[in-house]
Design a protein. Structure first.
Length: 200
C-alpha cells in the first residue's frame, strides 16, 4: 500500500536557506553571549553576595575603633576616645583574626579599619601606639559624644562598608577571572571558542 504524496505544496529552496542562515546566526549570537557571560560570571556572581559577610565585616571593622576606645572612655578607663583601638596594631590584629576564617574577610577588615583611621586624621591618631609614646589629652565624653556625632559616624560606617566590600569583591573576582583565562586548557572543546569551534 503506497503512501499518497502531496504535490500541491511547492518546494521552496530559498526558504530553507533563509531558515538555515537564521539558525546559524542565532547560534553565533548565543555563543558570543555565552562567552561574555562566562567572562563576567565571577563579577556578577560576587556582586550578588554583597549582602553577605563581606558587608558586615567591613561595617564592623570600621566602627570597631570607636566601640573599643569610646566605650572605655565613657567607663573612665581611658582619658579620651582615641587610644589603643585607633592604632595600626589593632587594625592588623583584627584583620588577622578575620583571615583565620577567610582571607577575604581579613582584607576587608583591614581596609575598613584603615578607612576609620584615615577619616580621623583631623585630630590625633596614635598610629603606632603602644610601640610609640603619645601625649593623650584628657577630655569629657559628654562634650563629644552627641547625637550629631553618632549619626555622622553611622553614615560613614554605611558608606565605607558598601564601598570597601564592593571594591574588594570586584577586584578579587576580576583577579580570579583573569587567572582562569590564563590557565591552559580553561576553554574546552565543548565551550564556545574551544577547539571544536576553531576547526569549523
Amino acid at each position: 500500500m503506497s503512501r499518497s504524496v502531496d504535490l500541491t505544496t511547492p518546494i521552496r529552496p530559498h526558504r530553507l536557506k533563509t531558515e538555515h542562515r537564521q539558525q546559524r546566526k542565532a547560534q553565533l549570537v548565543t555563543g558570543e553571549n555565552n562567552t561574555r557571560l562566562s567572562g563576567l560570571g565571577h563579577v556578577t556572581t560576587s556582586l550578588r553576595r554583597l549582602l553577605r559577610p563581606e558587608l558586615a565585616v567591613a561595617a564592623f571593622s570600621f566602627i570597631l575603633p570607636d566601640l573599643v576606645d569610646k566605650t572605655l572612655w565613657v567607663l573612665g578607663v581611658l582619658p579620651n576616645g582615641r587610644n589603643i583601638g585607633h592604632t595600626l596594631f589593632t587594625v592588623f590584629l583584627v584583620g588577622l583574626v578575620f583571615s583565620l576564617k577567610k582571607r577575604t574577610y581579613g582584607l576587608v577588615a583591614i581596609l575598613g579599619g584603615m578607612a576609620h583611621l584615615l577619616s580621623d586624621r583631623s585630630a590625633l591618631v596614635p598610629w603606632f601606639y603602644p610601640f610609640k609614646t603619645y601625649d593623650f589629652a584628657t577630655s569629657n565624653w559628654r562634650d563629644v559624644l552627641t547625637l550629631e556625632c553618632l549619626g555622622y559616624t553611622l553614615l560613614q560606617m554605611a558608606l565605607v562598608a558598601i564601598v570597601v566590600s564592593t571594591a574588594v569583591v570586584i577586584v578579587l573576582s576580576l583577579y580570579s577571572w583573569v587567572r582562569a583565562r590564563r590557565t591552559p586548557g580553561a576553554t574546552g572543546p565543548s565551550q564556545p571558542g574551544g577547539s571544536a569551534d576553531m576547526e569549523q
